[in-house]
Ligand binder design. Structure first.
Ligand code: DP6
Length: 336
């Protein structure tokens, strides 16, 4: 068998994607920091065949991944028509522990999309914009995966202030003050369990949601405002939008029918401690959340020492087994 390998990072949204139309078209634009340490490495082995697929996670056969991969290959049949004429072996591993509560769908789907783009190229099929096509394919596997293809930031979804922005793929975004290209993201592992409601179900609950229209309009405004803050190096303005986006995301979950809560008591304790720390010390420490209980701490690299000290003394106690992961803004995927 021949093989290709890509390492693709996870990302953390600043303005959140929550709500979509078929197929994988976002209800509003979003923007994220591409991460550096949290990544999926995927080796795709291929040989002429009949579309047989085997998938291995950390070297162990994992047939439970097959339905998602098959859906992905069906949705990308136009981009990768050759996939059904090959036998594929997918070997995937994550830099973060599988049970840590860190979502691997963005990094996993983008790594697989990039591998298939490399196969497409190796087969001599026409490729006009490698990364744009990879982002479009990744989107069909996982919406947020479209953003993992680019660093240091990536924006997905048509927005008036981002040239070339599109609902079908993400674009790289770097028109930001330098401080934002080295921002730190320390992920507090408040809860390591499986999510009670998947993102896919959560997105679906935005259909007919009482606040949907207002929320989608707000995301457009927040996207415009956060770009201005980042361009001007306005960390305080940036932090206010990021925290509001996180709480709005969870407010949407709490006000959908059926309603649900993904935060845990310790998520709130961490948020309160961050606000008190900011008030008392003036340090620029902000939080965001994805669809789970874990808290992402966002702060400039220049404040790393004092904030890591605060995490160890005051926040670590709220983490399962005292565990947290240190990450920072990264440059995007790498072919290995
Ligand atoms: C809360 O990309 O995981 O993390 O498109 O159904 O795979 P699917 O959903 P997914 O949703 C991510 C939601 C979010 C916000 C974000 O990353 O923008």
């Amino acid at each position: 068998m021949k093989e290709v390998t890509w390492k693709s990072p996870s990302n953390i949204a600043l303005v959140k994607y929550w709500g979509k139309y078929p197929v994988q078209i976002p209800a509003n634009p979003s923007i994220s920091f591409t991460l550096s340490a949290a990544a999926t490495t995927t080796t795709l082995k291929y040989a002429p065949g009949t579309g047989q697929i085997e998938v291995y996670l950390e070297g162990v056969s994992t047939p439970s991944f097959l339905p998602k991969i098959k859906t992905f290959l069906e949705r990308t049949a136009e981009q990768f028509p050759f996939a059904s004429t090959l036998d594929l072996e997918i070997h995937t591993s994550n830099s973060f522990p599988h049970s840590s509560g860190i979502a691997s769908s963005a990094s996993g789907m983008s790594a697989l999309a990039l591998c298939l783009m490399s196969v497409k190229q190796a087969l001599g099929l026409p490729v006009s914009d490698f990364f744009q096509e990879a982002s479009e394919a990744a989107r069909l596997g996982s919406g947020s995966g479209s953003r993992s293809v680019f660093g240091p930031l990536a924006a997905w979804g048509t927005h008036q202030d981002i040239q070339g922005s599109h609902d079908r793929w993400a674009v790289a975004y770097d028109d930001v003050a330098e401080v934002f290209t080295t921002f730190q993201d320390t992920i507090l592992l408040v809860d390591k369990g499986e999510k009670v409601v998947s993102s896919t179900v959560g997105h679906g609950l935005m259909e007919g949601h009482a606040y949907a229209e207002a929320r989608f309009a707000q995301a457009h405004t927040n996207q415009a405002d956060i770009l201005t803050c980042m361009r001007n190096g306005d960390i305080e303005g940036f932090g206010a939008i990021v925290e509001s986006e996180a709480l709005t995301l969870h407010a949407m979950m709490m006000s959908s029918r059926p309603y649900f809560i993904l935060m845990k008591p310790n998520t709130l304790k961490v948020i309160e401690a961050i606000w008190a720390f900011r008030e008392n010390t003036g340090n620029p420490l902000y939080f965001t959340l994805d669809a789970g209980a874990n808290v992402h701490l966002l702060y400039p690299k220049s404040h790393k020492d004092v904030i890591l000290q605060f995490i160890d003394s005051d926040l670590r106690t709220f983490c399962k087994d005292g565990s947290y992961l240190c990450d920072e803004v990264g440059q995007g995927p790498k072919q290995l």
